[in-house]
Design a binder for this molecule. Structure first.
Ligand code: ADP
Length: 259
């Protein structure tokens, strides 16, 4: 469904991504992991064409993103951003309806069908009861669900998530990721998630892409990627890797100096 072919990107002089090639099948749940500055956010921005690579190509169902306009892309891919910016005081319903903008003409207002789709998106994410509240007055967990509702209102085939569990407590992390997993398994949505949390990536993703300095260091199922050797090599710190006793997926424990 998505194909990256020898993608390289630089903001200024230095290459930030180099010779990245991989494919994503429809319905996969992919995690992008790697240390700070390894290029995870940049890769996500290239996938939704917020940035265009200087070398190589990204294909969506064999069509190059260069040949698609932003509206076409937004009808197929939705982005759930990191919350690094301040929010305007929009109501939840207004925020969710923004997801319909790729389908509206210039100066067109949403119609009954858009409202219907927004309502369904709020049902999925259990945000209907807070639809009249202001987004900037919600808890972190509620706000994440609103962003997912907005993404769903776009009726996308792919959702890109940038560090979705940062700032959430473990209860809300699990709630949020279970929701994403449900969308993946039940609605067949393709998910690509950049995450700092290696245990979460290991637990939820079908495949992981481990980046190091803008290159793919390893790509494969969690068992092949989350190994002590790979993680120590790429992150430069000592770890212990065993199995989560319940799921059997690789589990990382940090080791303090001298521990
Ligand atoms: P990650 O998400 O893995 O932390 P990023 O994709 O944010 O990595 O950053 C990769 C590299 O690109 C870093 O060296 C970072 O400093 C640089 N970078 C990111 N955004 C910009 C920008 N807007 N302008 C210049 N350099 C940037």
């Amino acid at each position: 469904m998505i194909d990256l072919r020898s993608v390289s990107f630089r903001y200024r002089q230095d290459w930030v991504l180099q010779d990245i090639s991989f494919g994503i099948e429809r319905g996969e749940f992919i995690g992008v992991i790697g240390p700070n500055g390894s290029g995870k956010s940049t890769l996500l921005k290239i996938l939704c064409r917020l940035l265009s690579p200087q070398k190589g190509e990204v294909l969506l169902d064999l069509t190059s993103l260069r040949e698609m306009n932003q509206r076409d892309i937004a009808r197929r891919m939705a982005v759930v951003p990191q919350e690094a910016y301040s929010l305007f005081p929009f109501r939840v319903i207004e925020m969710v309806l923004m997801g319909r903008s790729p389908y509206l003409g210039h100066l067109m207002f949403e119609g009954a069908r858009d409202l219907e789709i927004a309502k369904k998106a709020m049902d999925w994410t259990e945000t209907f009861s807070i639809s009249e509240r202001f987004v900037d007055e919600l808890s972190g967990g509620e706000r994440k669900r609103v962003f997912i509702a907005r993404a769903l209102a776009q009726e996308p085939e792919v959702i890109l998530l940038d560090e979705p569990t940062a700032n959430l407590d473990i209860h809300h992390q699990v709630d949020f990721l279970d929701l994403i997993l449900n969308l993946n398994r039940e609605k067949g949505l393709t998910i690509l998630m950049a995450s700092h949390d290696l245990n979460i990536a290991s637990e939820y993703c079908d495949r992981l892409i481990l980046l190091r300095g803008g290159r793919i260091y390893k790509i494969g199922p969690p068992r092949e990627v989350i190994t002590r050797e790979n993680i120590e090599e790429v992150y430069g710190c000592r770890v212990w890797v065993d199995e989560n006793p319940v799921s059997g997926m690789p589990r990382i424990s940090l080791l303090r100096k001298g521990g």
